[in-house]
Design a protein around this ligand. Structure first.
Ligand code: HEC
Ligand code: HEC
Length: 231
């Protein structure tokens, strides 16, 4: 009898409709949302979903708490939520075809984002890209180690070894900078590094790393990070 009962329960779960919000959250945390076999990032790699910052964690993107209620996104650059999502999907997750509005995945993602957007009257989030790269004062290596753990460890793995990195495509830090002297003669490796962190894949830099805006990472934290990495 027990077996029969279990079977019935499983059948019921299997056949019942997955609530859209739950499916949307699953997609949010699943790199396989992207059809690219080389993608290892999910939305959750770069976005918190909480109202207040998570201690000890620095994300390149804003928290998406209340994101569905914002009047615009990407610093006013995107005025449709799905376009804001598709920007990430194609620029960072190697998605080839943008998610279409009628795609059940888009709908489920929307339902999930709406479920974590309880407030209706919220402002757009600031997004300040540092356009002109200049050197930053170095902070303390000790503080920099904490910044590394909060911001870079997840994707790049441990400093000097890359142990535990999310993708082999993310180079070992800071050793990748050893080649900068030859690659970018006349520019200090530290400056090249700052350019990468501030611009990610944009401004002709290439790749699929996200940029860190001023809101995401202060110059003070960046300076400490460079001190920790010996750059
Ligand atoms: C590799 C990192 C990365 C991934 C992966 C990523 N994003 Fe983003 N996203 C960003 C960055 C950086 C921004 C720009 C800063 C900001 O506005 O949050 C951004 C912006 C956004 C915004 C606009 C937020 C605002 O208020 O301006 C939304 C919405 C968003 N992303 C949703 C998603 C969703 C949904 C996914 C998964 C399909 C996703 N992102 C995947 C990095 C990422
Ligand atoms: C969402 C994952 C992710 C996060 C978070 C991330 N990176 Fe990256 N980073 C990558 C990937 C993937 C590459 C290789 C592709 C590229 O260049 O965009 C890369 C490349 C780099 C490069 C090398 C560029 C080159 O080829 O010379 C530097 C420097 C770098 N990251 C620094 C950082 C630092 C510092 C942090 C923390 C503040 C950080 N990254 C956070 C994914 C990430």
């Amino acid at each position: 009898m027990r077996g029969l009962w279990l079977g019935a329960v499983l059948l019921a779960v299997g056949c019942g409709p997955t609530p859209a919000v739950e499916y949307g959250e699953e997609l949010f945390r699943d790199p396989k949302l992207s059809e690219s076999q080389y993608n290892t990032f999910s939305c959750a790699t770069c976005h918190a979903t909480t109202a207040t910052p998570e201690p000890g964690k620095v994300y390149a993107g804003h928290s998406l708490y209340n994101a569905a209620s914002r009047p615009s996104w990407w610093g006013g650059y995107e005025t449709r939520l799905l376009d804001a999502v598709n920007f990430c999907y194609t620029a960072f997750m190697r998605g080839v075809t943008p998610l279409a509005p009628e795609d059940p995945k888009s709908r489920a993602l929307y339902e999930y984002l709406a479920s974590i957007s309880p407030d209706t009257d919220v402002p757009a989030q600031p997004f300040t890209i540092v356009k002109d790269i200049t050197d930053v004062p170095r902070g303390t290596a000790e503080w920099g180690a904490a910044v590394y753990t909060s911001a870079c460890l997840d994707c790049h793995g441990e400093a000097h070894t890359g142990k535990g990195r999310k993708t082999e495509l993310a180079p070992v830090l800071p050793e990748v900078a050893n080649a900068y002297g030859e690659l970018f003669p006349g520019t200090s490796p530290g400056l090249v590094f700052i350019e990468k962190v501030r611009h990610g894949r944009f401004f002709g830099v290439g790749g699929n790393m996200p940029p860190y805006s001023r809101e995401a990472l202060s110059d003070k934290d960046l300076g400490a990070l460079l001190a920790y990495l010996g750059l």
